[in-house]
Design a binder for this molecule. Sequence first.
Ligand SMILES: *[C@@H]1O[C@H](CO)[C@@H](O)[C@H](O)[C@H]1NC(C)=O
Ligand SMILES: *[C@@H]1O[C@H](CO)[C@@H](O)[C@H](O)[C@H]1NC(C)=O
Length: 217
Amino acid sequence: MMKKMMISPVSFILSFLLIIFFSSHAAAQDFWPSDYSAPQGPAGYSSKKSGNITVDDFVFSGLGVAGNTSNVFKAAVTPAFVQQFPGVNGLGVSLVRADIAPGGVIPLHAHPRATEIILLVEGTVVAGFISTANDPYIKTLKKGDIMVFPKGLLHFIVNSAPSNALIFASFSSDNPGAQILDNALFAKNFPSELIAASTLLDVAEVKRLKGVFGGSG
Ligand SMILES: *[C@@H]1O[C@H](CO)[C@@H](O)[C@H](O)[C@H]1NC(C)=O
Ligand SMILES: *[C@@H]1O[C@H](CO)[C@@H](O)[C@H](O)[C@H]1NC(C)=O
């Protein structure tokens, strides 16, 4: 005996409504390129209107050029975060280029909103992160190696080789944020006595580092 294929009226109506829902919303949910002219809300940039979105919102050409490493860290980071690259807005990804001169360093820092994966394209570096159990995970990377820095953990990259290092790094956020330990302590006006009290460093050493990083107080 043949079994009759039956579709109940309720499931027919539900399927119909689902099709209507998804087809009418699909286009609007594909992407949200940042509208830099509109005010930012707690969720970040609002989206450009569809009439103003072009392929150029999804292409960023700034990472082909080495950054300027004439600074105290002998390193430069060129970001393609949501602030520079409209197309990644709301998509949860972004990328940077890092150039590190011989003897240079990407200093100890953390990204509060993203896990990071680095790819060493040129050079040899020592890279590492520190877990919340205070264990250091450190490795010498060779050209072609990749390493992942878990979200929120302090990490660093040192170029101890005699050649330049070139790194591309991707993030699990369009807006990873970065807190650089030296800059957080020594680049602004966090009172030196409070830094000394909260880190157990000497006030004299705190003031010396404030001189290096441009801080006061
Ligand atoms: C498109 O961008 C222009 C220039 O920023 C602006 O004047 C216009 O209102 C925008 N159109 C839409 C539909 O948002
Ligand atoms: C690199 O930065 C240094 C220090 O800010 C500056 O003096 C120099 O002109 C810059 N070089 C280039 C090529 O922009």
